[in-house]
Ligand binder design. Sequence first.
Ligand code: UDP
Length: 353
Amino acid sequence: MKVISLIGARPQFIKEAVLNKAFKKVGVEEIIVNSGQHYDYNMSDIFFKTLGIKSPDYNLEVGSGLHGEMTGKILIEFEKLTMKINPDVILVYGDTNTTLAGALVGAKLKIPVAHVEAGIRMLPKDMPEEINRVLADRISTYLFCPTQRSVENLKKEGIEEGVYFTGDVTYDLYLQMEKDFDYSLYNSLNLVGNEFVVVTIHRDYNVDNKTQLRNILKALVDVSRNKKVIFPMHPRTRKRIEEFSLGEFTEYFEILDPLDYLSFMGLIKNCSSVITDSGGLQREAYYAKKPAFLLMPDPAWHELVEKKMNFLCKPEDLVKMMEREKDYKHIPYIQGKGNAAEQIIKILMENQC
Ligand code: UDP
């Protein structure tokens, strides 16, 4: 079996780390294609280095741009490359423009597409990630679902064929890497456990709108009166803060460049809670037994909100909501055993070989 994994953005690099290792273990040839959607060192290369992923075999170097431009460029270049490589299956991950472009190329060339993280529904329906996810799911041959809820979501969308519950590859990664988490930043910043929060914000509805972004930064200034605010900042957020001249707020926070996974998780393991709009971090906070306060209209992981381990907030009630930190109870809900990557590969091998 010859597999292409198409990746291009930070959440995909970390998932690739798990799949890459599992493919190696069973001796399956995996060709890694990086679309180049995320290209800053801290958003891209650093993950290959620190997580031991083999360097991409090809880089399409599409860079940033408008959604159509980015998706279009990947379509053009990835189609040509795929025709040359002629793989048995194309793996796409998550919900970015890279995911959608990869799925479209596979479907049009009649090469089976395997979608890792299928069925994770997120509102608003018009957010770019949800559009990418819905369309990729519609044309994928294999839909690998991290939770039973995502299986149900697909059913509601009329998709039942090719759907497999495998568990979550980010849980695999957490378990595999926990022993290597890097605590040097925690030490060098002189942080004290439970006296700091980690913030990541980058979704379009939070950072592309000046009023919303200002409200979030103001709320974080309020949070900073009680807790140190550690803010590894996504390049997009940094850009918007500059464009909207909101820099005055940032002096209340410890602003960091985006971190590698091991250093990032070293902070998450010790913080009192996280404030985020990241689908990945919602889960990782849960794995690390930390509450997550979500600045989102709707979470990717409804189960965690229902079980009161993630809390949906508006910027104006963030400080109040954070009083719930002390009532946090860790309730096991994990479905899957931390062997999602193995399951995925087993299913592919059974069907493709
Ligand atoms: N992450 C990281 N360093 C950071 C911020 C995030 O390594 O400074 C990791 C973290 O594991 C997270 C993943 O990158 O789950 C993807 O994060 P992002 O918020 O970019 O994407 P999303 O999960 O929202 O699609």
